[in-house]
Design a protein around this ligand. Structure first.
Ligand SMILES: Cc1ncc(COP(=O)(O)O)c(C=O)c1O
Length: 414
């Protein structure tokens, strides 16, 4: 029988229904502590990249652990503040930021991370003399899929690092105070030397600027999704980083704080999507096992061809069979056992309608990327600790689908 912490999965399904996101609180806390403990830096700021999972109760527990926040929208800033994060612990990294986006952050005392020369100039006009961080494209990228590579010639993010003289000019012209430099090369990277390469590059560019309060190397720290995948070698990453830091401090006579922005690393393995088998059919080519969820609730397989381990809550005896696990949406790509091209049968124990399944490692970019496609309400989220379960987001109802639609129309002539 499969458990989440001390609670049987079946009991959770019975109490809260399915589909259900279940997170293990201690797994999140342990991931945070493991990451913190890996580095010797005294001033290390771990900005939780809340895009990975923005449930306010998850934010709260990471804030309790000492996390800072990486926010990428006004909504994320709003949620972080509402969860009790002090404004000075948030870095706001909005892609294609409008003046209104920046004003929102500035009014709340949140530091803006500017990612284009135009944004920097506009920030200077909006808030002359203010503190600012600058996001650079260091022309290095990586990640589990091309969609998540955020550095290099095809990336929309950041200011080309070779434009640092223009950055300097703008800072001077606008009287802005540069307090931090930032880069983020991608997501789902388990290669410590690639991450360390980015670190070297940012240290190198930072030598062109005056003393900085911090250097932020972004997130991207990967976790294994398949049994055969190894974890990121944190100790190796930390030692490479520390070596480069010592050289930087010696050369520049400064000792900036170090920031990282882990999202996936902190929450991916803590989260599971618990669902129920609603349809079993043997077709000419495949055995299709349909569930009561779909890519509206976990889009990673459909969007990236990502692999999620799938476990039966109570495996039935019998031979493993090549099985295609599907969602319940009206779309051919709505499959959980697939790659970028299409169905990829997985060897699973015999399954019957009514059985419970768990999609593993779904805590990052799971609920956070969910949608109401096909007008299906969003699932509930539960946080488990020991033998206690806390409902941290109720299941949406059909009524919720109509909350933003007026019941009567009020036409306006503009
Ligand atoms: C600026 C920035 N920081 C941090 C992250 C978090 O990445 P990850 O969840 O891979 O750690 C992202 C994700 O894309 C990002 O865009």
């Amino acid at each position: 029988m499969l458990h989440f912490d001390q609670l049987p999965a079946a009991a959770l399904a019975q109490r809260f229904g399915t589909p259900l996101y279940v997170y293990e609180e201690q797994t999140i806390r342990q991931a945070y502590r493991r990451l913190r403990a890996a580095f010797a830096f005294t001033d290390l700021r771990l900005h939780y990249a809340m895009k990975a999972n923005a449930n306010p109760w998850i934010l709260r527990l990471l804030l309790e652990e000492g996390a800072h926040i990486d926010a990428v929208s006004a909504g994320e800033v709003h949620l972080a503040l509402a969860a009790g994060c002090p404004a000075h612990r948030i870095l706001y990294t909005q892609s294609a930021a409008s003046d209104a986006d920046m004003a929102f952050a500035l009014q709340r005392g949140v530091l803006v991370n500017a990612e284009s020369l135009s944004q920097l100039a506009r920030l200077g006009s909006l808030a002359p003399g203010s503190r600012v961080c600058v996001r650079l494209n260091i022309y290095l990228g990586g990640g589990h899929h091309s969609h998540v590579i955020t550095g290099g010639p095809d990336s929309k993010f950041g200011i080309d690092w070779e434009q640092w003289p223009q950055v300097q000019e703008l800072l001077t012209a606008k009287g802005l105070r540069l307090v931090g430099l930032h880069c983020h090369i991608g997501s789902g990277i388990r290669d410590a030397s690639l991450l360390a390469h980015a670190v070297s590059h940012l240290f190198h560019t930072a030598r062109n600027f005056g003393p900085l309060e911090f250097l932020d190397f972004g997130g991207g720290l990967g976790v294994p999704y398949r049994d055969e995948e190894g974890p990121l070698d944190l100790a190796h990453f930390a030692s490479l980083m520390e070596e480069k830091y010592r050289a930087f401090c010696q050369d520049t006579g400064t000792s900036p704080a170090i920031a990282l922005e882990p999202g996936r690393f902190l929450v991916a393995t803590a989260g599971n999507l618990l669902c129920r088998v609603t349809s079993v059919k043997q077709e000419r080519k495949h055995l299709f096992v349909g569930t009561d969820t779909g890519f509206n609730h976990l889009v990673r397989p459909a969007f990236y061809g990502s692999f999620h381990r799938i476990d039966a809550v109570t495996p039935r005896p019998g031979e493993l069979r090549p099985t295609v696990v599907t969602g319940n949406l009206c779309e051919g790509g709505d499959l959980f056992t697939r790659d970028e091209h299409g169905p990829l049968p997985r060897l699973l124990p015999p399954l019957q309608e009514g059985d419970l399944l768990v999609l593993r490692e779904a805590g990052a970019y799971g609920f956070a990327m969910s949608s109401r496609y096909n007008s299906v309400p969003l699932p509930a989220e539960v946080l488990v600790d020991g033998n206690q379960a806390k409902l941290i987001r109720r299941r949406e109802t059909l009524e919720d689908l109509l909350t933003t639609v007026p019941t009567a129309l009020a036409p306006e002539t503009l």
